[in-house]
Write a protein that binds this ligand. Sequence first.
Ligand SMILES: [Zn+2]
Ligand SMILES: [Zn+2]
Length: 423
Amino acid sequence: MLKSKTLTCVAIGGVVLGVAVGLYLATAELPTTHAQGAQGSQPQFSPVKALTAREAYYPGTEDLAPGEMRITACGTGMPNARPKQAAACFLVELGNGDKFIFDIGTGSAERLSALAIPMDYLDKVFIGHLHSDHFGDLDALWVGGVISNRQRPLRVWGPSGATPELGTKYAVERMQEMLTWDTASRLGNVNTRGQQIELHEFDYKGINQVIYQENGVTIRSIPAIHALDGPVSFILEWNGLKFAFSSDTYPNKWWIEHTKDADIAIHECFLPPALLVEKQGWPVQDALNVGTQVHTSPAMFGKVMSSIKPRLAVAYHFFNDFDTRPEVERLVRMTYDGPLALAVDYMVINVTKDDIKVRMAVINEDVWPLPSVTAKLPADPSERIGFTEFIESGREVFADVIQEAYEDTNKRFGTNVQPPDYR
Ligand SMILES: [Zn+2]
Ligand SMILES: [Zn+2]
């Protein structure tokens, strides 16, 4: 297996992304060249046929092989909102059909929607800790998922805390309370089967404890060291493949012991302290504390990866730009010389026992929700809470155009739905 360090430039959507990816050139399916066509016996290009080889991943257009894992970065950035990088989120898809979301940081629900996956399949979320950049879009996935045709409950796993109010159960229940008006407003207007949440809070101190075991997939948690007691990292094992995701953590003995020889190890790699000062205007004291004590710095990330030696190390949790990437990579390379990917949003990693392929996804910004997997039920109007007489008294009912909308729509779909009688 070729383990060269390769700096590959990938042009996506007019943006040139320098991606340091070991194995990239060894495994990418590059299109056949003109030279091969000229020298070979068969012409390689047709003026009317599509190319068969792809350098990019087009969501919804590729089968997964039975033994294959596909990981898509749906958030690789920081707590600061930014168009290019949502906050932490990685989707793991398996060849048995299972899909798992690890962290659901602010902005990441939009990235998940771009992958053109029916929402019913995006029903399992594992939250590493309760910073908003790791679970801030849970509400968007929860409520938005219902509107986008999820018919199943959302299943959420997350750690306890040192006290009950620092745990996932407390946070998710308060999120539901926060959205009391939202939930009430939807009764009778949309079917809300998908609005159930199935919550699994587990002990944050568990070491390599099994928190999920179904369909040949085992997910374990290990404690993480980050800001307060409570954070965890995750290890998923399936079909002889091992995926590890740190969420946020200072380097720790549990990660080093239990993620050894992972196929894919995704670990936080925070911006170097000097860049936190220069680019973000932090006081030096805070930059050093947050950059090396609360989080893992690039050189610390390299030490971690040199200890566990994954088939591919993936660094995330920094603004990955033309002027930050070289410094992050230089610092990682001081302590680690193995296969490396510096993650950006929409990076896609296909993993089999023999091969790891890293590409970028090309997404359709005009994407619509996919249909539900099971039959979609209409809302039950009897659930509707309705308005007070005061608000009702304010309606200006344009009965003629409403009638026309009902008639036209009924005609188009062969239905006979009648408008409400506001008199
Ligand atoms: Zn955090
Ligand atoms: Zn974070």
